[in-house]
Design a protein around this ligand. Structure first.
Ligand code: DOR
Ligand code: ZN
Length: 424
């Protein structure tokens, strides 16, 4: 049992009260006056927020994709952006579709991660869904109801069968919903037209049609009002890039903005903000590719944007400017994702998970050279952001002034996992 005590002093609580918070064993144990501590951190010059849980990251790694990112760089990037839990997506090479590949992935993550993590299971025609569930997969997906980089679309028949099986297990299926029209995909504008909002809505309707057994659904990276309006009774995820970026003014062949679903006209970006209250989760869809891969011809460049490190810093600056309550940011990046992942919420009350990020009251701009991902590029370059100076994970200082100080990651398993079957 870890008996170290950390006290955060002079912390401004959401209601305006200033208090000291005592943390033991990774949990908030006392809020009020100061208690004896092994370590004290004064928060008087910080905005302290519960750390984020990013339900949608592609950590890459393995032998085939480690040039894009690996668990060390990806999770350090997360921490440096105020994210202490990441959920990895299964469109790895090879895809994560059986217990053996799950255990290999788990070993890689446990050895190299710098933040806490969960791993999702892949849904393809020959996935071993119950084997993945028993191995500890958190959710099923992202399941490709439309094709993307490293994700082949599943057929209606496979999707129906998979949703029915996942429903039987009591699991949650996360879905990448897109319809792709044929045509020449030669720049950002045609990319949007070929994967248009109506196509997103059509894919959502198809998924509902295939879900006769009422599997719990989570729609990833919803990118348009039309798409969102087609969703019934499901969790809705939106990304920072769809909330903050749009097509006007872009160089048509700039592959840094090439992503699925696409960056859209300003109209669609605004339609997402009009539906702000329907958004349950903001997740980054951190999908790094190398500069060399992104430098090729537009039609052959991979889609995807790195974003785990910039997600909260960008939204913090943007939402402060627009006077959108920061409690919404905390709900969509921390509280709701924690509930969906089945973990304690991070927060300021006794019994809460003691994961926090300490943000200064000053801003910087996003500089790709200062980010920790292997992708030394970002479509958010030059945008205003507030990066955390200190990040606390499990009640320990995990990141401070650019240094990573606490390794020991925790794996968050799904509900199908029985510890005795665990392969260490
Ligand atoms: O643009 C994308 N890239 N969208 C996805 O859904 C997958 C991702 C990737 O893994 O590169
Ligand atoms: Zn996706």
């Amino acid at each position: 049992m870890d008996t170290e005590t950390l006290v955060l002093t002079d912390l401004h609580l959401p209601g305006g009260r200033v208090a000291d918070i005592t943390i033991r064993n990774g949990i908030v144990s006392h809020v009020g006056s100061s208690e004896p501590a092994d370590t004290k951190i004064s928060c008087s010059r910080y905005l302290v927020l519960p750390a984020a849980v990013d339900l949608h990251v592609h950590m890459r790694g393995g032998n085939e994709q480690k040039q894009k990112e690996d668990w060390t760089t990806g999770t350090q990037s997360a921490l440096a952006g105020g994210v202490t839990v990441v959920v990895d997506q299964p469109n790895t090479i090879p895809p994560l579709t059986n217990a053996a590949s799950f255990h290999t992935r788990l070993f890689e993550a446990k050895t190299n991660a710098w933040c806490n993590f969960a791993i999702n299971a892949g849904v393809t025609a020959d996935s071993d869904i119950s084997g993945l569930w028993k191995s500890g997969a958190l959710h099923f997906g992202e399941t490709f109801a439309g094709p993307s980089s490293y994700g082949e679309a599943v057929s209606q028949e496979v999707l129906s069968r998979a949703l029915s099986e996942i429903a039987g297990l009591g699991g949650l299926a996360s879905i990448h919903a897109e319809t792709v029209s044929s045509g020449k995909d030669s720049d950002l504008f045609s990319h949007h037209a070929l994967r248009c909002p109506d196509g997103e809505a059509e894919a959502v309707r198809l998924v509902h049609h295939c879900n006769g057994q009422h599997c719990r659904l989570y729609f990833c990276h919803v990118s348009s009002g039309t798409g969102m309006d087609a969703i019934r009774d499901a969790i809705i995820e939106v990304t920072p890039h769809h909330l903050l970026l749009s097509l006007p003014g872009r160089e048509p062949a700039d592959t840094r903005f090439l992503v699925n679903p696409p960056i859209r006209p300003e109209y669609d970006r605004k339609e997402l903000w009009k539906r702000w209250n329907r958004i349950d989760v903001i997740a980054s869809d951190h999908a790094p590719h190398t500069t060399a891969e992104k430098s090729g011809d537009f039609s052959s460049a991979p889609s995807g944007i790195p974003g785990v490190e910039t997600m909260v810093p960008l939204l913090l600056a943007y939402m402060t400017d627009k006077q959108i309550p920061l409690s919404d940011l905390v709900a969509k990046t921390s509280y709701n994702p924690s509930r969906i992942a089945g973990i304690l919420p991070a927060g300021f009350k006794p019994g809460n998970r003691a994961d926090f990020a300490l943000y200064p009251h000053s801003r910087t701009v996003v500089d790709p050279d200062l980010l920790h991902s292997k992708a030394k590029w970002t479509p958010f370059e030059g945008m205003e952001a507030v990066f955390p100076e200190v990040v606390i994970r499990d009640g320990k200082v995990a990141y401070r002034d650019g240094s990573f100080c606490y390794h020991a990651p925790h794996w968050i398993s799904g509900r199908g996992y029985i510890p005795e079957t665990r392969i260490e």
